[in-house]
Design a binder for this molecule. Structure first.
Ligand SMILES: C[S@@+](CC[C@H](N)C(=O)[O-])C[C@H]1O[C@@H](n2cnc3c(N)ncnc32)[C@H](O)[C@@H]1O
Length: 281
């Protein structure tokens, strides 16, 4: 994610990318729960409003991770279940919400019959898919006509500063030419036009794109680096490829660049998310 993603990846690069993501999420499930889940679950109310999640709605949470959004949907009375391709994420979800149904499976080949759900949501999953178009087509397939779909991604790194500041620190103090399989652009769907162009051919209409203005309170710059090291995938791989000296320098650089966002007890970083929603034709 730190390298420019202008070239279209080849099929074998996308296969390697998928494997990086799969192994990554299998390795970091616990770290993700500790570091990122308290932030990511805060988009659940907007995401669930966008699909009309309420009592009786059959809802699928795709790339559910530890199941925070699935649980929020169930609390509204929806008949909610989650699916994720990482066994360790599914185990985290089952441990946290033993009363709910979670299963292992791929967003790009959902193990459900057509027209099975009223609503499908995906919270910060799309930016990790090797073939987002396949995931959109699958979401459309498992939705009934008129069913609703919504997903979130992070806004661009200029606006979502937890990403922007860390990427800039790596650029300034480390190396970005890390040999990682090329995937789709991490921030691609932050552009409303890209989302619209992807959802309509998949069978959706009425595409809406809005910003969810989150801010992330963190105690220190080191918390942020450690969050990516313990609970991320692509940025984690870039950070782990640095020499110890470069990593120390990245940490020092971030301690300086984060200063303008100092707030009581630490820092408050703008971390807006983009919410895309649509319904099946
Ligand atoms: C950033 S986490 C988001 C987890 C959860 N939705 C949340 O809001 O906290 C991304 C999740 O996507 C899952 N994921 C990535 N690619 C996937 C795929 N092709 N099929 C299913 N799950 C996938 C990962 O295992 C991981 O749990």
């Amino acid at each position: 994610m730190a390298s420019p993603n202008e070239r279209v990846p080849t099929a074998s690069e996308l296969e390697a990318f998928r494997e990086l993501e799969h192994q990554g999420w299998t390795d970091v499930a616990g770290g993700y729960v500790d570091r990122f889940l308290p932030l990511t679950v805060r988009t659940a109310p907007s995401l669930l409003d966008a699909v009309g999640a309420q009592a009786g709605v059959e809802l699928l949470d795709v790339a559910c991770g530890p199941g925070g959004v699935t649980a929020a949907a169930a609390q509204r009375g929806a008949r909610a279940q989650g699916i994720d391709f990482s066994d360790t994420m599914v185990a985290q979800a089952r441990r946290a919400h033993p009363e709910l149904e979670f299963r292992a499976g791929d967003a790009e080949a959902l193990p459900f019959d057509a027209a099975r759900f009223d609503a499908v949501v995906c919270n910060f999953g799309v930016l990790h898919f090797a073939h987002p178009d396949r995931a959109f087509a699958e979401a459309a397939r498992v939705l009934r006509a008129g069913g609703r779909y919504a997903f979130t991604v992070w806004d661009s790194p200029e606006r979502a500063l937890p990403f922007g500041l860390v990427l800039k620190a790596i650029e300034a103090h480390g190396r970005t030419d890390v040999d990682l399989p090329q995937g789709p652009p991490f921030f691609g769907y932050a552009d409303p036009e890209v989302a619209r162009r992807a959802l309509e051919p998949a069978g959706f209409t009425g595409v809406r794109v809005e910003t969810i203005p989150l801010a992330w309170r963190i105690e220190s710059a080191d918390f942020l680096i450690d969050a990516f090291l313990e609970g991320g995938v692509r940025t984690r791989a870039v950070l782990r490829a640095q020499t110890p000296e470069a990593l120390a320098s990245i940490r020092r650089g971030l301690r300086e660049s984060i200063e303008p966002w100092r707030a009581e007890g630490g820092f408050e970083l703008p971390a807006p998310a983009v919410l895309c929603s649509a319904h099946k034709k």
